[in-house]
Design a protein around this ligand. Structure first.
Ligand SMILES: [Mg+2]
Length: 317
């Protein structure tokens, strides 16, 4: 870590980065496809690569101890709401979340219902007084944790001028505060839903257009991206973030946080490599290191040993 990276470390009221999770496992569904994509990524070099990432349960942990981790929306709701209003948002989650993850509901119907959910939630949130100054405490009082290694990955991208683009249907204000130390990174971009305040700092409305699970693909429709993409997501629909983007190839890395509640085969179909059991960011750091030529000691990470088979073939052209 450089001196300037050290200078930017903020001392938080509690750690915001989760400890290393040694339960992580790596699964490569199709070794030949993975080998080819990794080879092309490394040969393309750092100036040709961009990271496109989801936030909730991709950059943040899905579970902390025995508790389910809070999403960015849940952090705001738990911090700002109480009594009946908080219960209302819980009821909305119980009703709409099963729809969100149900692969059998037609796309258009699901999109309509997701809009309905967010509109109702957003209205409840802004019905109480929320100021920007409250958000840090909302996060510290919640169990939101960034995955182990998020800091190193963001610094790695910053040092090498690799764009790191976050596309989230969550609450962008919480994302910004959680990543406050990295916001000055020239290539870090956050596309999300932002609460916008009046002149006294009280939030009064939401940014438009609303970004939902199923329209995250619109962000990169008219925005150029690098030819090689490293995509990070935790839901099957996250791979659609790049469906309207123009690029050569994408290495898709999926966090399958709770294998029992999802269909493993569908994830194996969607992603080139899976990080199981709510793992860490060390795989992404390894891949970035291969692209940039920076040192990375794979022997420090037992779960990454399977990757060793792929490394000898990575000879740069
Ligand atoms: Mg997510």
């Amino acid at each position: 870590m450089s001196a300037s990276e050290n200078a930017n470390i903020k001392v938080h009221r509690r750690p915001i980065i989760a400890p290393y999770n040694d339960q992580e496992a790596i699964l490569i569904p199709n070794p030949e496809v993975f080998r080819r994509k990794l080879h092309d990524l490394v040969n393309g070099g750092s100036h040709n690569v961009e990271v496109i990432s989801d936030y909730d349960f991709t950059l943040s942990r899905f579970r902390i101890g025995n508790q389910k981790g809070k999403s960015t929306y849940q952090v705001v709701e738990a911090g700002a709401l109480s009594g009946d209003k908080l219960q209302e948002t819980h009821d909305l989650y119980s009703y709409y979340h099963p729809i969100e993850v149900d692969p059998h509901i037609p796309h258009d119907e699901k999109e309509r219902l997701m809009h309905e959910w967010w509109d109702k939630s957003n209205e409840i949130i802004l019905s109480v007084d929320i100021h920007r100054s409250m958000l840090y405490d909302f996060i510290m009082d919640s169990n939101l944790h960034l995955r182990h290694g998020v800091d190193r990955v963001l610094h790695h991208c910053d040092r090498n001028l690799i764009p790191f683009t976050i596309i989230s249907a969550g609450c962008g204000n919480i994302i910004e505060v959680s990543l406050e130390e990295y916001l000055e990174h020239e290539k870090l971009e956050i596309h999300s839903n932002f609460m916008i305040g009046d002149c006294e700092g009280r939030y009064t409305h939401w940014s438009e257009p609303a970004l939902r699970t199923l329209n995250k693909n619109l962000v990169l429709r008219d925005r150029p991206v690098k030819p090689n993409i490293i995509l990070l997501g935790d839901m099957i629909s996250d791979i659609k973030m790049i469906e309207h983007a123009t690029y050569n190839d994408a290495l898709k890395i999926g966090f399958l946080n709770e294998p029992s509640s999802y269909v493993l085969d569908a994830y194996k179909e969607a992603y080139d490599i899976l990080i199981l059991n709510d793992g860490n960011m060390s795989l992404i750091e390894l891949i970035l290191s291969l692209v940039t030529g920076e040192a990375f000691n794979i022997d420090d990470y037992p779960s990454l040993q399977a990757l060793k088979d792929y490394l000898p073939s990575l000879v740069r052209n």
